[in-house]
Design a protein around this ligand. Sequence first.
Ligand code: BGC
Length: 875
Amino acid sequence: MKRLTSLYEQLRPPITTTGLPGPGYIAKTQARQVIFYILGAVSLLLCTAALLQSCNPSLLSPAHDIASQTQGQQHEHPSELPYYGLSPPFYPTPIANGSSSVGRSRAYQHALALTSKMTLLELQNLTRGYPGPCVGNTGAVPRLHIPSLCFYDGPSGLRGQELASAFPAGIHLAATWDPILMWRYGMAVGQEYLGKGVHIALGPLAGPLGRVAKGGRNWEGLGSDPYLAGVGMGKIVKGVQGWGVTATAKHFLLNEQEYRRRWGQDAPDGKGHAISANVGDRALREAYVWPFMDALKAGAGAVMCGYNRANHSYACQNSMLLNRVLKTELGFEGFVVSDWDGQMSGAASANAGLDVVMPGAGYWGEKLIEAVNNGSVAEERLKDMATRVLAAYLYAGQDNGQFPPVNVAPGGQVPDPVDVQENHADLIRNIGAAGTVLVKNVKGTLPLTKPKFLAMYGYDAIVKSVPWENPDRYGGGYDVNRGWTTFNGTLITGGGSGSSTPPYVVSPFEALSTRVRADGGMLRWDFHSVNPSQKYLNADPCLVFINAYASEMSDRSALSDSFSDSLVQNIASWCSRTIVVIHSAGIRLVDAWIDHPNVTAVLMAGLPGQESGNSLVDILYGDVNPSGRLPYTIAKQESDYGHLLNPSTGQPNGDPFFPEDNFTEGLHIDYRYFDKNSITPRFEFGYGLSYTTFSYSHLDISFVPSSSSSSRPATRPTRPPWPATAANATIDTTTMANTDRLKLAEFPNPNKPIVQGGHPDLWETLFVVRCSVANSGETYEGWEVAQLYLGIPPEAKEEGNDDDDDETPIRQLRGFNRVGPLRPREGAWAEFKLTRRDLSVWDVRAQQWRLRRGEYKVWVGASSRDLRLSGTIVI
Ligand code: BGC
């Protein structure tokens, strides 16, 4: 592996036990801080001297840019000098050449042949946006037949366009825990982008990961666990790109909250920097970078950098994140696009690894050419930017002469809209049901068996009467939705750029009406009152529909609301079988009424997309047995999330102009935080009920002998005989022959080149774990989501090694398998492959992934707390 050093690394103090890379926010003494700042400033000056041989003031730091635009106000902002260098600089940007695969290499050769013929003006034209039909449009180079490339949101389908589908949101897809559905989702989304002539889809999303319980955009992502999100990212990328549309993994990185997510937003008088997410090296890799690795491994052609700062450096000019983590450690060969208006500097962002600015020229355009001419940005760098863009275009085959013309427009109205919906409604309905999580079901309430008389309540059961005030954003734009806790209509998506715009919505009321009519029954309803005066005493059951809203631009103000809670309590006060359905953009607390004896069933119905009512009826009536599992933890009360509840407003006594948030919990987010602090959640991560029950047995763990030594297994692992006899399993590799043990070297093979997705050894399967899962019920067939959690051993204490064991969570998801459908009494094997990455930690000293020696605990079960089988791997 390449040695990753920089001038800064030689100067900076050693990495601390927490792995935080700089001492600005962890220094214990002022003296150390002062020394550090001096070193930082020296480092900056040296780097600057090396990089900016001739400086153009308009291409310098954001503060400088802003100051130069606000003449006479240069001194009104506090100095940012103390914050320089806290994110280790890493230069120069690696030049991509397509070495990851044959296909990419071909694309690069072709791209390089084109960029070698281009003038500086043409090269820069590929690196910037222009107004046009799409959310983002690059410049064209007509003489070389290179069109303007069209970027569109995302991530749950084409936003704001006619005759396009509204897919379930990412969080809903994650709740299916089904890699095949995730891939099919990506395929369907990709097909619709292709049909509309969109080259670059602005999704999928794993940043935010969901560190902050009230995070406004958690719903666009794939749950609060990096492994689950990683599987989703990989599958969606594969699906989208399977149609020749480039996928954009976003937002890189640490955009974990909306409050002060960008320069000026939420700041007094609109002035003040974005929040800085200060995170240590280990949590950075093992939690936040992790899902992006999967996206890259799957071939993602683009990555979008975030608005926020990371360790005090803006994500779109953060050389540590872009040049080092993304383009060196992970060998990224696509291009980095800024979040919209997220570029904060000219030369600095170019040299830090940004390749495309959107939606306009930002600090580039002609100034980028000036920077190349005066040496502030190397010509090679500009060429690399354009080559990366072109290579993604060529790798996707978008030059084949058959790529459809752009058929989108802001506001969605093009003269002849192409219908791209295909039969995706079926898949949407399917995912809608598969991602619905049953969290309570007593007194045989569900599934319904042709009830004659249903009563329905709640604002969430019907469609909103006027959701199209902003045609681009179903339900309303940022102008009106800020501060909403609920949505006054059935909630199928969240708000903001990730909002989908459905061709139609099947509301719960519509779908239930159809079903009740078919069954010859009757319905009564009140969708308005908090305490409906009519009590339909013959109704059985009563369904109450409530929701929890979230949107880009603001974090949630609460995880529940009193109107909805009162509504549930009022209905439950007289209706002995009250079913609560919650459409929610993330965590929704239920403790106000969950133990009420008349609340006999509760469904977390997520953000299911356009087929909402149909998906729900499939579950309510048992046409589909629920198998959704929570992709986050539902606590008993807000305070149980501790400092992970609210977005940060900055450190106490910190400078409000430079707000910062120290990720002191390291890897302990969501269930890991609850496990570590022994807090009993209401419903844990991975939890969900079925109409049947499942038993687990016959745990088996086997070593894959060929790992790390050759690309093909010498002997394929064999399945244990069925039925096997072992209840629990242990594999002790310390007793193996030396030849096999050598294959478990602590570090990946240093002689192998890094390719996109990271060191290839990280993806090799070292162990296969299997167990049998059987439907132990009598009546219903169904799926079980078997989950594997791993307890990585603590660091062995060595002299001088003060790595903090506390940093390793008690258990972490490292595999899942949606098994089924299994008929009553039927069993099947659940199989989990553990790769080197799954078993490794990021070694802060070695700056590499490292296998730990010791005893790994293996648990397989039905949730992060319902662990049925356990075993051990000793390395
Ligand atoms: C969002 C991105 C989005 C872009 C374009 C930004 O505000 O953060 O996720 O892709 O807008 O709409």
